[in-house]
Design a protein around this ligand. Sequence first.
Ligand SMILES: NC(=O)c1ccc[n+]([C@@H]2O[C@H](COP(=O)([O-])OP(=O)(O)OC[C@H]3O[C@@H](n4cnc5c(N)ncnc54)[C@H](OP(=O)(O)O)[C@@H]3O)[C@@H](O)[C@H]2O)c1
Length: 256
Amino acid sequence: MEKWKGKIAVVTGASAGIGISIVKSLVSYGVHVIGLARRVEKVEELVNELQNADGKVYAYKCDVADQQSVAAAFQWMEEKFGGVDILINNAGVYKFMKILDDGETVNDDLKQTVDVNLMGVVYCTRAAFATMKNREFSHIIHMNSIGGHFVPFPSDSSPFYNIYCASKYGITATNEVLRQELALSEYSKKIRVTSISPGEVKTEMVAAAGGDAEKYYETIPFLLPEDVAESVIYVLSTPARVNVTEVIIRPTGERI
Ligand SMILES: NC(=O)c1ccc[n+]([C@@H]2O[C@H](COP(=O)([O-])OP(=O)(O)OC[C@H]3O[C@@H](n4cnc5c(N)ncnc54)[C@H](OP(=O)(O)O)[C@@H]3O)[C@@H](O)[C@H]2O)c1
């Protein structure tokens, strides 16, 4: 990780779960991190908690589903830091519902899932890429899911995935498209892309979706957010000639 010391990373969804663990890991290696989230006050708590770490944390309010909000955040980073070296597209939402459910909010919830999980990744990647062009070496990492590679059949331990899996399949394809676009560009040796796909991770996601988190995690094996953060450090730490493009990380014994 020595090559990243003093460099600038952006972590979306830095107010909870996996995002918090990634921020903590990166600053422990001397990387300076801008944490983006709508609940910016939660990221500000991290700024205080990590003020003695090797890297510095900055908090910036951003809704990744809103192009203008993303543009404002990256413009601020360009002005303050001259660009970014690492982008971790981590922000994501999951809703407990079915595509065919009745209800007035269903269409909005489906749209929000795609807007955050897929379009948010595209907006942030485009904005970060514009600032990475003049950097020495950069890396874009997407927090995908095993649900981006197959659709688990619903059961007690695997709820309905509505449009969540489609949004994550979209990341699998987008990651490969970005790899190809970069390989054909003048940045082919300068910018790497990686998709990391965890199985179940114990975070705020189930509670945020309105589920009974305590009961849910009693019945299934799960990873901890720091396990996923370690996979981020692994892909970043490989030599520049190595591009780990796909990582799948499951809790031992996961059945889906
Ligand atoms: N937990 C799992 O089992 C699991 C498994 C595989 C993949 N993943 C993926 O891992 C990533 C992190 O999930 P998590 O489990 O850590 O979930 P979490 O604890 O619910 O955290 C989600 C994060 O995403 C942010 N976010 C949501 N909507 C946003 C928006 N519109 N703009 C900016 N930030 C937004 C939230 O911040 P604010 O609400 O403050 O904006 C929060 O920081 C997601 O992409 C998820 O799909 C999770």
